[in-house]
Ligand binder design. Structure first.
Ligand code: COA
Length: 411
């Protein structure tokens, strides 16, 4: 039996902090309204254009890898959960893979909005349990400030930017991810939506003038949905792990709104000291909120070895997800790392940059070689400079003989 243990974790939030007082100068709102309706005091925003969903994710990932003492080349799979990817394609996960120098890893993005991190954790768990992967890097990263309408007070006071990472490792020691529950209800897809930029409404001057490239939300309906599913998903995941509510040491819910958290956790009769909340300082960072909160819970001593944790989230889709986790890093690999391994760990970042640069230039140089016809280590998909031969027309089939008995003839 293979178990998926969390062996490294990291978080990153951009430097610029936007307070409620700052927002008072931008839209018709007050600090009092925001705090009393949401619990948020401030949030981090990616004010520097160089900060993107991938760069935030890379910073969180490096912390997780360094903590675990794992080299990027050991990673088998990278999953980036995000609703604010760098591009529709390539996947942000591939940019992270390149920046880390994770030369052996498969990489893909996962889109399940604020529930995405727990969805990704569930996929990582399945990959490890099935024997498909030994090391999986799971990331939740968002730059929601880039898709927020800063003139819409209904949404702009809620969201923030940030990233969180967990590194999972296969182990035969029982523990790690115990159970997961995933759910969706697409009938509520219009309640929280980024309408344009996809195939339904490709970007046009009209979609831009109507602000359809910004988040739109029916806050009241999302609120109702969230309070309903958070408690239900928590109960289901605990039962699936064969546990009782009393066995849970800490619930780390999606950090969207303090009122949603309080209402759903009091429905479960969970005391506040069993629920971790940090949204006052981050706002709603969507899929990044649970891993950021987990990192802070560990840093502040709220998580101890052998604790049973529950992560539970909800979001656009509509989606919801929960995971039960037994906390505790399994024993490290038997041998202490050699000096060469320590050196490689310490130099992984410049090495990844060099590797990426060499691969890019390798592609360009190969493409310049006269008569070059494809196969190279830099071009996994063969490319040719010659014009491909014209496709021969298919010979027309011989006319069919009518069957002797007349069967099949039109009547
Ligand atoms: N500042 C001041 N007033 C605001 C405001 C703001 N930033 N945003 C909205 N208002 C106004 C509304 O226009 C409304 O005015 P009206 O009564 O004149 O129409 C009033 O405040 C109350 O709006 P209401 O929708 O009843 O507030 P609420 O108590 O439901 O709180 C939310 C609003 C958005 C905070 C709340 O519905 C919520 O958190 N929903 C869930 C959103 C969420 O979590 N989304 C992410 C999911 S992952």
């Amino acid at each position: 039996m293979r178990y998926a243990h969390i062996i490294g974790w990291g978080k990153y939030a951009p430097e610029r902090v936007l307070t409620n007082a700052d927002l008072e100068k931008m839209v018709e709102t007050t600090d009092e309204w925001i705090r009393s309706r949401t619990g948020i005091r401030e949030r981090h925003v990616a004010a520097n254009p160089k900060d993107t969903t991938a760069t935030l994710a890379v910073r969180a990932a490096r912390d997780a890898l360094n903590m675990a003492g794992v080299h990027p080349a050991q990673i088998d799979l990278i999953i980036v959960s995000t609703s604010s990817p760098e591009h529709i394609f390539p996947a942000t996960a591939c940019l992270v893979q390149d920046a880390l120098g994770a030369s052996k890893a498969g990489a893909f993005d996962l889109s399940a909005a604020c529930s995405g991190f727990v969805y990704a954790l569930s996929m990582a768990h399945a990959s490890i349990a099935s024997g498909n992967a030994d090391y999986v890097l799971v990331l939740g990263s968002e730059t929601l400030s880039r898709i927020t309408d800063w003139k819409d007070r209904n949404t702009c006071v809620l969201f923030g930017d940030g990233a969180g990472a967990l590194l999972l490792r296969a182990s035969e020691q029982p523990g790690g991810v115990l159970s997961t529950v995933l759910g969706s209800d697409g009938s509520g897809g219009d309640l929280l939506i980024l309408p344009a930029g996809g195939s339904r409404f490709p970007t046009t001057p009209e979609t831009l003038s109507q602000g359809m490239h910004y988040i739109k939300m029916d806050g009241r309906e999302v609120f109702r949905f969230a309070t309903r599913v958070m408690a239900k998903a928590t109960q289901e995941v605990i039962a699936k792990a064969g546990l009782r509510l009393d066995d849970v040491n800490l619930v780390i819910p999606h950090q969207a709104n303090e009122r949603i958290i309080n209402s759903s956790m009091s429905a479960l009769k969970l005391p506040p000291d069993k629920v971790f909340v940090n949204l006052d300082r981050y706002g709603n960072t969507s899929t990044a909120s649970i891993p950021i909160a987990l990192c802070e819970a560990v840093e502040t001593g709220r998580v101890r070895p052998n604790d049973t944790l529950v992560f539970v989230g909800f979001g656009a889709g509509l989606t919801w997800a929960a995971a039960a986790v037994k906390w505790g890093v399994p024993p490290p690999p038997p041998k202490p790392p050699s000096w060469w391994r320590r050196f490689r760990l310490a130099t992984q970042s410049p090495w990844a940059t060099l590797r990426s640069w060499a691969l890019r230039w390798g592609r360009r140089i190969y493409a310049l070689i006269p008569g070059y016809s494809g196969e190279s280590p830099y071009l996994p998909i063969g490319r040719t400079k010659e014009t491909p031969p014209p496709v021969a027309p298919r010979p027309s089939p011989p006319p069919e003989e009518p069957p002797a008995d007349g069967a099949g003839a039109p009547s």
